[in-house]
Design a protein around this ligand. Structure first.
Ligand SMILES: [Zn+2]
Length: 156
């Protein structure tokens, strides 16, 4: 299953994917902050945050589940995580910076928290209108939005 998740993620030019995004109700996520390098691939099963920095950072994120939305989201600078790997072994690892951001985004998916739930109220309203517009125009033609490549790294 995680191989397929990586395939979907790379095909979408994303850097992370959570099982619920592909309709699988499992607490599993994959991510790679430096695709396509295999060395930076992570598979996390049943992850939980055991410690997190008090310091937070703001950066722009997109979500593969909402391809046309990009918003500024506040995240912890680092998180310490306990999880099982694909072999079922217990692991503990601290993720920082981009990896920490991707992890927190995917962790939100596992908690059923959507990007829009983390947005500021005024951003929420703008995005809602944008999404309404997309929804009403989606039947007419396939959208041909291409995102700037420098932002693609945060699409999870
Ligand atoms: Zn997402």
């Amino acid at each position: 299953m995680t191989n397929e998740m990586f395939l979907v993620m790379y095909a979408s030019e994303g850097v992370g994917l959570a099982a619920p995004q592909v309709g699988v109700n499992k607490r599993v996520m994959v991510f790679n902050s430096d695709p396509p390098a295999k060395a930076s691939e992570f598979v996390l099963v049943n992850p939980k945050i055991v410690k997190a920095s008090t310091r937070r950072e703001v950066d722009v994120e997109g979500c593969l589940s909402f391809p046309d939305v990009e918003v500024e989201i506040v995240r912890r600078k680092w998180v310490r995580v306990e999880y099982q790997n694909l072999l079922g072994q217990n692991c503990t690892r601290t993720f920082t910076n981009l990896e920490a951001r991707i992890f927190q985004h995917e962790f939100d998916h596992l908690q059923q928290t959507l990007l829009i739930d983390r947005m500021l109220p005024q951003e929420k309203e703008i995005t809602q209108r944008h999404m309404d517009a997309l929804a009403s125009s989606s039947s007419s033609s396939s959208s041909s939005h291409s995102l700037p490549s420098e932002n693609a790294r945060n699409h999870v």
